[in-house]
Write a protein that binds this ligand. Structure first.
Ligand code: NAP
Length: 298
């Protein structure tokens, strides 16, 4: 797979990355549970496919632990991004999650992540949300800088959305931004550009919009946008809806990688094939963009 430079980190990442939230395991949230042996096979398949960027988080159940157990021996084949600011409590039948902007929480997060991931360093440590003022006032950006000096973190990132995103970009301290984006949820389009123009690497999440109307687990709000924008009418023959959505995301001029989450080998193969077909033709991209914008303006 061709690679793209993740902004000023200089890391050469595959445009299709892997979001490992789906590997979170039992007693977390959602209806689908991936068993250990399938997780092991799937994580190795991700690397065998050439994907070199994996996103996880301390509050994704057993996701970090599985990455550590099943692919840490292949650590030199992939870049690893995890998160911090995560407080979580295992309840009887679910994982209770909160985000807390305190030094002790962040310190505990990185220690736990390194232990679970069976690694000495993470490539990107991302605040799992947070606003610019709090992160600064609590000394948390300085703390991440300290981690960098210690060699346990290579680059500083943040996962964010509007309305917090602009102030975070303004700080000018983040090497990467993780931002949700797809043709069905395009509201961060210009902010992605703004962050990239400041030199940051761009990690897009939600880049396949959960598969859109092709999804196994349907998302009515996304389907409604698809239908109202009449995207079936401009879907080229032979192209799946998921392919159109993914290739649209990859066509954003500043998409460096999109961390699609899947636990289905067939979907993984389809997504890899979609990446190989490259960005969408300009006229199709513009038509989709205009039709969705018209829906959102109405
Ligand atoms: N606040 C944050 O920082 C935050 C929040 C959410 C997510 N994330 C990160 O972003 C990653 C991705 O986010 P996401 O899971 O919300 O969004 P996503 O990648 O757009 O959607 C994942 C869903 O898409 C389905 N899918 C993938 N390829 C498909 C295909 N070819 N055809 C049909 N369905 C397909 C998957 O189902 P199958 O398993 O059936 O393929 C899965 O249910 C997460 O894993 C996580 O790493 C971060």
């Amino acid at each position: 797979m061709i690679k793209r430079k993740l902004g000023r980190t200089g890391l050469e990442v595959t445009p299709l990355g892997y979001g490992s939230m789906g590997l979170r395991g039992p007693r977390t949230w959602g209806v689908r549970v991936v068993e250990d042996h399938d997780a092991e096979r799937f994580l190795n398949l991700v690397l065998d496919s050439g994907i070199n960027f994996i996103d996880t988080s301390p509050d994704y159940g057993v996701s970090e632990e599985r990455i550590g157990r099943f692919i840490s021996q292949r650590r030199d084949e992939f870049y690893l991004a995890t998160k911090c600011g995560c407080a979580y409590t295992q309840r009887e039948d679910h994982l209770e999650i909160d985000h807390v902007w305190q030094r002790d929480v962040i310190q505990k997060n990185i220690e736990t992540s390194l232990r679970r991931l069976k690694t000495d360093y993470v490539d990107v440590l991302q605040f799992h949300g947070g606003d610019a003022k709090t992160l600064q006032d609590q000394g948390l950006i300085d703390l991440l800088m300290q981690f960098r000096q210690e060699g346990i973190v290579r680059y500083l990132g943040v996962s964010s959305t509007l309305p917090k995103l602009p102030d975070l970009i303004e700080l000018g301290v983040f090497d990467t931004f993780q931002i949700p984006y797809s043709c069905l949820a395009p509201e961060h389009h210009d902010w992605i550009t703004r962050a990239a123009e400041g030199g940051a690497g761009i990690i897009l999440r939600g880049g396949i919009a959960h598969g859109g109307p092709d999804a196994e687990i349907q998302r009515p709000a996304l389907n409604e946008i698809w239908n109202r924008a009449r995207l079936d009418q401009i879907l080229p023959q032979g192209m799946s809806r998921a392919e159109l959505i993914l290739r649209y995301t990859l066509t954003h001029p500043h998409c460096h990688t999109t961390i699609v989450g899947t636990c289905d080998p067939t979907h993984l193969a389809e997504n890899l094939a979609a990446v190989e077909r490259g960005p969408l033709p300009t006229d199709l991209y513009q038509e989709i963009r205009a039709q969705v914008a018209a829906v959102n303006a109405s």
